[in-house]
Write a protein that binds this ligand. Sequence first.
Ligand code: UDX
Ligand code: ADP
Length: 470
Amino acid sequence: MTKSTQEPTKICCLGAGYVGGPTMAMIAHKCPEIDVHVVDLNPDRIAQWNSEKLPVYEPGLYDVVKQARGRNLRFTTDVPGAIREANMCFISVNTPTKTFGIGAGRAANLEFVEKCARTIAENSDSDKVVVEKSTLPVRTAESVKRILSSHSAKVKFDVLSNPEFLAEGTAMEDLRDPDRILIGGDSSAAIEKLADVYKNWVPNDKIIRTNLWSSELSKLTANAFLAQRVSSINAISALCEATGADVDEVAGAIGTDSRIGPKFLKASVGFGGSCFQKDILNLVYLCEHFGLPEVAQYWEQVVKMNDYQKYRFSTRIVKKMFNTVSNKKIAIWGFAFKKDTNDTRESAAIYVCRDLLEERAKLTIYDPKVDIDQIRRDLAYLIAGPNGELTEVQKELLQTHVTVAKSAEEAADGAHAIALMTEWDEFKDADFDSIYQSMMKPAFVFDGRNVLDSQKLSGIGFDIESIGKA
Ligand code: UDX
Ligand code: ADP
């Protein structure tokens, strides 16, 4: 006997990461009558969600968690228990790019999603709506459905795709007032059940209903378009540096065209984050799989341009510093992939640090929210390369050439250069007069985000280099 689907909604979310944690906190906050149970296999992560120092740094998140935690929001490692109690299960686990086997370097690794589907199937004795929150390749829902339905004929599963469009650093605002909620599925009853959750705070006309495949593909497409804008302006930044045009002026001028719009035109050292590169590579893989090599190459160029932009930045540093940075101290300001997050996944800073370490620069890294262990792990991972083993020389280099500072000023003390990698607000307000005094001369600043006042810094005596400015 299966239970009725008319009972009050009870949610279980598998995966307490950057997406699952904030999204579920907002649902619990906005829907006090819905029980929201967030589970994760990682006990440390769950312990942090239950503490005062959450594993995810996101402005406004702690207040929302604190309010709902212990009322209708729970974080535990009891995956089977949470599934059994729930009638709606979100899958919000990581889907990194595959590093092995078929599709390595392009396709998404779906082992965590598949494991979730199996765990849900094994622990379900009542009907459930299963919601894909993770960004997934088109037609993943098909596999999820098959796994679920092959387990028990007695229990009915409806699979929905409900991609999350939040951007890190503004996640709480994005969740509170989303541009749209997208729900894809083939059961309108299931779609409406999920729409009812969002209708607690999102107007119905912002809730878009589509078929499953359109929903899955829309998420990949949205990220591909956004990343393409960044790569486009970054491509123009290279031309600006060569011609004497100013990329911020160009972006300002074209952004006033209402068809282009002003957002996402900020030239930078390159985009990072867990989504853009991964989703484009995933799109590229899908296109190749479906026999569309021209389409695949078109999108792949967005990622290649981003790699070029990161490399161009490292090379510019070396060239400007008289073609050698060997044993010169360089302050790295910011390590997160953007401001207001502690997330470092695919951060441009990791790549630039790797290039500078290859040139034997001595790096002193400061980021207000990323901890030392994370910085060291990220560098070791990238430097080790695909086999994952560090050579003795590489280990030594990481020991002797990387230190982590407690402030931007401390990082810059005695340095030949500052490389600004993340646009944290505090960098704009730094005391550049005293920083200049403490640095070696000429004192270089490489502004990878175009956030510093270059005229003011030049006036102090700095030799400042910005993106897309000759
Ligand atoms: C992105 C999408 O914006 C979001 O909708 C999706 O759900 C997840 O992926 P996120 O990666 O968190 O969000 O941040 P986003 O603000 O999109 O920035 C991505 C990268 O692009 C960052 O490294 C950012 O610094 C860079 N960027 C963004 C630029 O370099 N210039 C810009 O104009 C905008
Ligand atoms: P995202 O940015 O997509 O939220 P994260 O890596 O931050 O990705 O979070 C994904 C979380 O999913 C991790 O905390 C991981 O431990 C968790 N996870 C992975 N597989 C499972 C699973 N089968 N059941 C529960 N949690 C899982």
